[in-house]
Design a protein around this ligand. Sequence first.
Ligand SMILES: *Cc1c(COP(=O)(O)O)cnc(C)c1O
Length: 412
Amino acid sequence: MPGGVSSPVRAFRSVGGQPIVFDRVKGAYAWDVDGNRFIDYIGSWGPAICGHAHPEVIAALQDALEKGTSFGAPSELENQLAEMVIDAVPSVEMVRFVNSGTEACMSVLRLMRAFTGRDKLIKFEGCYHGHADMFLVKAGSGVATLGLPDSPGVPRSTTSNTLTAPYNDLEAVKELFAENPDAISGVILEPVVGNAGFMTPEPGFLEGLRELTREHGALLVFDEVMSGFRISYGGAQARFGVTPDLTTMGKVIGGGLPVGAYGGRAEIMEMVAPAGPMYQAGTLSGNPLAMTAGIKTLELLKQEGTYERLESTTERLINGILEAAKAAEVPITGNSIGAMFGFFLCEGPVRNFEDAKATDTELFGKLHRAMLERGIYLAPSAFEAGFTSLAHSEADIETTLKAFRESFAAVA
Ligand SMILES: *Cc1c(COP(=O)(O)O)cnc(C)c1O
């Protein structure tokens, strides 16, 4: 396997050392093949928001397994999860299930183009929308970590329609619209960024994009593959009160199985085959195991007090991390929303990917190793968000903060 992994960010290229090989996961923990236990802040890169291998998810999956792993035909489970997604996510009136976030994003781009009859799109530096050719321009963590500004194999002709702007920079977006009249199909972004480190939208940014896209007959697309069901049950759009035209989802809605989805205004979604002419399909899409894990996960998340708990766990963690760094006189800036957090080892504020590059990646590598030695598994990149779950207890957070205090002191 290239680099010994099935997905590049799993390798430890940017922090040094060898990746940990896992044997099993449960709750907030992961065990490696040597039996060492780690408190896990990656959560399979997002899906494990209820904790790994939640007993109710596992039980539901065992029942579903007995009924078969794939139907290749409609099932009630798809309707059930579709209804839950439509109820939860403000922009979604109609939804199509796919198998990954990448697939959701590449399909949504086709839809943006089909609906508007325009080819160009605007994305933001540092935002990741999966690995489809059109999006591999200034695409954040995985690419940043490897130091590849672009990927070989992506034809210029494919990315020539991809325009980029700095995150949180409305003026730059205005200029792109002015320079490309009637040519831009829409604007896609992570409403809260998790793939260039963790960055939040400044007041007015999302609202401004909503106005600009409307004014220019373009679509606004929130890529909520990471933020969906994580920073609130209705995602960033519910949290910030800005409703895009289309939304992509993944990670949490699959409950640990491969799922992606895209949805939005019915008028636009009616373009998708077989309702409309825009082709998009998938042999295993909406398969019963993935739908079951998604349904059970959303049921668990929907319970009273879930997000308050996730939020307070995450706030305690990030506040403790900031304090630990300050005590060791390590420059740091960071924050959290919902069950997502992040920090940069530099003076803030970090408003965009250019600012984020000031983070001390070498120091982060040392910190990462020191934390691993103390049984804490952080994302092996200075440009990734961290994830908490309902399974992270107060004791886990205390253990983690003690490790941060020791590690910051050791690497400072
Ligand atoms: C993870 C991610 C994707 C890609 O999803 P995959 O399931 O890995 O293909 C797309 N967009 C965002 C914002 C993501 O975080």
